[in-house]
Write a protein that binds this ligand. Structure first.
Ligand code: FES
Length: 164
């Protein structure tokens, strides 16, 4: 067990964990940030996707120690419209997912939204093919891909790129 400090969603969080623990394990089981899902735990499903310095990474394949000194964003760092006073500061991707019904069981949603967030930060007007490619590492076990693509396109159409 060793002390570790991680910068998560704008806060510096301290905990202690074994050296071999993954970022996903520390987020979920030490820091209580359970939005990042533990699906396959071997890099196949994308449910554990978080952003590290703005890039999507599979937190189940990333040692927590590798994320020290980097800015980590989990789904808890996105801010849905219904939690904002007058909608101010809402995350457009999460808001579009909510409005488009881009979830069924919801298990894939955090990873999907973070992959989409990284895409629009890098490309303000991606094509549908580019969106599909960016989300190709995120599997939806309910196969709700149509609404997911529509949500990302809706957010983009609402000029999410300008805010990313
Ligand atoms: Fe990490 Fe499936 S839990 S890719």
């Amino acid at each position: 067990m060793r002390g570790i400090e991680l910068d998560v969603n704008g806060d510096r969080l301290e905990t202690a964990a074994p050296d071999h623990w993954t970022l996903l394990e520390v987020l979920r089981y030490k820091l209580g940030l359970t939005g990042s899902k533990q699906g396959c735990d071997k890099g196949d499903c994308g449910a554990c996707t978080v952003l590290v310095d703005g890039q999507p990474v599979l937190s189940c394949l990333t040692l927590a120690a590798q994320a020290v000194g980097k800015e980590i964003t989990t789904v808890e760092g996105l801010r849905p419209m219904h939690l904002q006073s007058g909608g101010v500061g809402a995350d457009p991707i999460q808001d579009a997912f909510d409005r488009c019904g881009a979830l069924q069981c919801g298990f894939c949603q955090p990873g999907m939204m973070l992959s989409a967030r990284a895409l629009v930060a890098a490309n303000a007007s991606p094509s549908r093919e580019e969106i599909q490619k960016a989300l190709s590492g995120n599997l939806c076990r309910c196969t709700g891909y149509t609404q997911i693509l529509e949500a990302v396109e809706t957010a983009i159409a609402e000029r999410v790129g300008a805010e990313a």
